[in-house]
Design a protein around this ligand. Structure first.
Ligand code: AMP
Length: 488
């Protein structure tokens, strides 16, 4: 596949996750579907669809998928991942046996519909194949009816699948293959418990395929739990060369706030962290940004647990654009792709500097790190220069007319629900209460965070009103919970 001149997929480095449990390298030349030991009907259909060459993720995973091995693959939408597992399911399928043989779990209804459509397309060559979607936010009754008629392949969202299994309207006794698609997004949306509940009811003697666009720690732990001797595949280089652009600005002490604002308004980062050295200044900078209409939050050691949770949730779910923080408070921050880091105060430790700016520019994205320093702090710049072996050239601040630009707003808004794990509220319940008739679309819902007695759901800012109305009018778990939109 690599170097294929007319391939739409860029040739990328193929790396495996560490630790590699099973190693299996596919020679580059074996990238035609015809090289696979696939059912002839499937091959014929692929040719009629115009699929000739495998995409990198397919070339890496399909031989193992077809051989029945568990696979953990890091792949994004658009990489051809649906066919990477879809062809495996179809290859193993015994159409004459009218039982559920494969189950695909997806985070949203939109994705489930898309996956089901692609599987039907890939399976066109197989007579009488039945692919059924079971998603939350859809009426339950008709799904029971469809299940009574039987299906070979089920594609659905975790909450609804769990419900069908509990009510025994769905049984997995004949399941051969289980797929977790966009596993990272499912976890983000709080579906872990539902996924566990589904797994408990699936036969252990099965093939498990896990696909995820990102690979945070939470995925590793679920991956180890659900798979056995998996082949690990990724088509994206894990460690990209640094894409952080560093800028240094020599300023007067009293210019710090204005300089920070100018940089924010010039670069317009969707997510950024402003590092301050004291708790007091952290709070003051955040307060002033908020007073001027910016979507900002402060994180420092004086916050109570609940306030801290809210700040972290709002920043991670993108309903706060700017996080003003001290180094200590930001230590546990589990946010990856920051667009910018601004050092309101330069740190005295070059290693801390590297740690701060390393939070941006991940995964090949461009990141910017802006550092403010005064004349008396020049020695700290010299330390950084030495540590990183760079030569710093201080730049001029952006022109002052940037101050006339509108303040930065977050993409999302957070809705707080006064019910959580203890009230048995699940992510699927919240998603169901938000979507459906007169509600919002699944893709407009962001991260869902569940705590013991409350939950936070991110929705796109433009639909926050609709979402709030829908969720406050409807019931969750048959009850009405107090809901409100968090300010900011
Ligand atoms: P996915 O990443 O599964 O969403 O797939 C992205 C798109 O690529 C879908 O529209 C597929 O129909 C298409 N596709 C997947 N594999 C191939 C292939 N080997 N050759 C041509 N098109 C493909």
């Amino acid at each position: 596949m690599k170097g294929e001149p007319d391939s739409p997929w860029p040739a990328k480095d193929v790396l495996e996750f560490a630790p590699v449990e099973t190693s299996m390298r596919i020679p580059v030349s074996q990238s035609a579907f015809s090289s696979l030991n696939l059912h002839p009907d499937l091959l014929k259909n692929l040719a009629s669809l115009g699929y000739e060459q495998m995409t990198p993720i397919q070339a890496q995973s399909l031989p193992a998928v077809i051989a029945g091995q568990d696979v953990i693959a890091q792949a994004k939408t658009g990489s051809g991942k649906t066919a990477a597992f879809g062809l495996g399911l179809l290859h193993r399928l015994n159409v004459k046996r009218f039982r559920v043989q494969a189950l695909v779990m997806c985070p949203t209804r939109e994705l489930a519909d898309q996956v089901a459509k692609e599987i039907r397309k890939l399976g066109r060559g197989i007579h009488n194949i039945k692919v059924l979607t079971l998603c939350g936010g859809m009426p339950f009754g008709p799904q029971i009816g469809s299940l009574e008629h039987g299906a070979h392949i089920i594609v659905g969202t975790p909450g609804r699948l769990e419900e069908h299994l509990r009510k025994q309207t769905l049984r997995l006794d004949d399941l051969n293959t289980l797929v977790l698609d966009e596993a990272d997004r499912m976890l983000e949306m709080g579906f872990e418990e539902s996924i566990d509940a589904v797994l408990e009811r699936a036969p252990t003697d099965r093939q498990t395929l896990l696909f995820s666009a990102t690979y945070p720690e939470a995925i590793e732990s679920i991956a180890t739990k659900v798979t056995q001797s998996p082949l690990r595949v990724t088509v994206e280089a894990q460690h990209q060369t640094s894409t952080i652009r560093q800028h240094f600005f020599k300023i007067e002490n009293k210019q710090r706030y204005t300089a920070t604002k100018l940089l924010l308004l010039q670069h317009k980062p969707e997510s950024s962290v402003v590092f301050c050295s004291t708790k007091r200044e952290t709070q003051e900078v955040a307060d002033q940004l908020v007073a001027e209409g910016f979507s900002a939050v402060a994180l420092h050691g004086d916050l109570e647990q609940k306030a801290r949770d809210q700040v972290l949730v709002r920043f991670a779910n993108k309903s706060a654009a700017i996080l003003v923080a001290t180094d200590v408070a930001a230590r546990g921050l589990d946010v990856e792709d920051l667009d910018a880091v601004i050092n309101y105060h330069i740190t005295r430790d070059a290693e801390v500097h590297v740690h701060r700016i390393g939070r941006t520019g991940r995964g090949g994205k461009k990141g910017i790190a802006c550092t403010l320093y005064t004349d008396s702090e020049s020695f700290k710049v010299a330390q950084i220069e030495e540590y990183l072996d760079i030569k710093v050239k201080p730049e001029s601040l952006p022109p002052f007319n940037y101050l006339d630009k509108p303040p930065l707003k977050a993409k999302m808004a957070t809705i707080q629900i006064d019910g959580g794990k203890k009230q048995k509220v699940r992510a699927g319940d919240l998603l169901g209460a938000l979507t459906g008739e007169n509600g919002v679309a699944g893709r407009q819902v962001g991260k869902i965070a569940l705590f013991d007695n409350c939950a936070y759901v991110a929705v796109e800012r433009d639909v926050a009103k609709v979402a709030l109305r829908k969720i406050s009018e409807g019931k969750i778990k048959g009850r009405s919970f107090r809901v409100r939109r968090l300010k900011g």
